[in-house]
Design a protein around this ligand. Sequence first.
Ligand SMILES: N[C@@H](CCC(=O)N[C@@H](CS)C(=O)NCC(=O)O)C(=O)O
Length: 211
Amino acid sequence: MADLIFYTNPQSRGRIIRWMLEEVGQPYETQVVGYDTMKDAQYLAVNPMGKVPAIKHRGHVVTEAAAICAYLADVFPEAGLGPRDNEKADYYRWLFYAAGPVEQAITNHHAKWDPSPEQGRMFGYGSYDRVVEVLDELFSLRDYVCGGHFTAADVYVGSAVMWGVQFGTLPKRDSFVRYSERLQGREAFKRARQKDDEAQAQIQPQQPQPA
Ligand SMILES: N[C@@H](CCC(=O)N[C@@H](CS)C(=O)NCC(=O)O)C(=O)O
């Protein structure tokens, strides 16, 4: 069995981790989990939430895309994806901001439910509009989460921004578009996209086109 196993579905947040794994550059084994088998006992033994992505590294399971990004940066320091000492504040702050407030604001807003101003005091993200403004200001002022240096936090925060712009769940602010373009130019990102597209094609082989 491989040291590092990656459980994913190519049409899922597993794409975040594929990209992270390609940035890390260590060998890994991919196990594609179908949406129809995610709640089977065999996969629930890996992730009791019955969701992807997950990894198993030397027998230890890590779930939650943000945690997996941080974990991989930590256990493979040679990849240089963790924060330098003076970057740790930004790294943790924005990684957790994306995994909590950004994720909740985007998914609730997409589901057409937003807290009232009164409820916003109790909800960790306050309001969707405020979350968008804060993200926009961040990437108007810097190229990457930690300033001028790409880290694992950009894999996670950047995925939220890229998907948000692509699927229209975030507005197409200039700062988001420029940040997305910067990230999409990375070789690891392109490799990951190709591998996921190949995995997707194996699940759903292309239908022959009518003549
Ligand atoms: N909080 C999890 C969310 C994972 C998640 O919701 N994955 C979706 C795909 S994007 C899933 O596995 N859905 C299948 C299901 O719930 O049955 C993370 O950040 O990794």
